[in-house]
Design a protein. Structure first.
Length: 287
């Protein structure tokens, strides 16, 4: 390389402009812009427009503290000082440029969401991260982080998480006592109707041939711990109860009534037998 950073004409190498600006550690200008004091959203957008591949570049070797190997620009952006509105805009720009980064582990086995939580990013940024990694195998772990790290904000601040693709994970992510995230939301009187409406919508979609659904209904009938939520769904006027019980099927083609756990099966039977208006008694007949 010459003093001014130009490749001599006689050099027998072929490097793109993007490759020429990556240092010995694998740091691109986008990494540098995000490390320490985050660059403005205008700078981030300009760098991404010129070299979009930088969003997916990882640091090849650690710094003096051994804490940055494998980092993407997004990991640098999620660390440091408390974020401003412009910081959040820059981070969300990185997510749009390389959504896979939201689901990517770095060297310390942290997830992007965990970094964002520790730094204090707002719900809008957390939503962008989580929605980018939905459907991936470790999304339940990220939901668990929300469940553990934001007890004061749950459930009022997290209704957006009831979007249909995330409902099954909300039923399977549980605390030490087996209580689901969805159960926590349901226990809040102000959020209960939101939970019911989200589940009823997805449940009714499961019996419609032309609608996408996420099997939250058949997962719900498989959990005795959430029988109170199941009962509330069955009592909703919007729920097509008979068809949900006998026609809705899981990923393996099994009917809800056939895979229901004992407590859930009793709830299903109470609702479909005599339209839920009568119950069986255990004592001896009067006559």
């Amino acid at each position: 390389m010459e003093a001014h950073g130009k490749v001599p004409e006689y050099a027998d190498i072929e490097l793109s402009a993007s490759e020429m600006m990556i240092d010995e550690r694998g740091m691109t200008p986008l990494h540098v812009a995000m490390a320490g004091t985050r660059a403005s959203v205008e700078i981030v957008e300009a760098l991404l427009e010129a070299f979009p591949a930088w969003a997916s570049c990882r640091v090849a070797s650690a710094n003096g503290n051994g804490q940055s190997e494998g980092f993407l620009p997004l990991h640098f952006a999620l660390q440091g000082r408390a974020p401003t509105d412009k910081d959040c805009a820059a981070v969300e720009g990185l997510i749009r440029a390389y959504p896979e980064a939201a689901a990517s582990e770095e060297a310390l086995d942290f997830f992007s969401l965990e970094l964002a939580l520790s730094t204090g990013f707002p719900v809008s940024t957390l939503r962008a991260l989580l929605m980018s990694c939905r459907g991936r195998s470790h999304a339940p772990r990220e939901l668990q982080l929300l469940f553990q790290c934001h007890p004061d904000d749950r459930p009022a601040g997290w209704v957006w998480l009831l979007e249909a693709p995330l409902l099954p994970a909300f039923l399977t992510v549980v605390d030490e006592e087996g209580y689901s995230v969805l159960g926590t939301l349901f226990d809040d009187a102000e959020r209960r109707q939101d939970v019911i409406e989200a589940l009823v919508t997805d449940a009714n979609a499961s019996i419609a041939k032309d609608k996408v659904h996420w099997y939250s209904w058949t997962k719900l009938v498989s959990r005795d711990q959430d029988v109170a939520i199941l009962t509330a769904v069955l009592e909703s006027e919007a729920a097509d109860v008979w068809r949900l019980v006998f026609e809705a099927r899981d990923e393996k083609g099994r009917r809800a009534i056939d895979i229901a756990t004992p407590a859930c099966r009793q709830a299903l039977k109470r609702q479909v037998l005599f339209c839920g208006r009568y119950s069986f008694v255990q004592h001896s007949p009067n006559y």
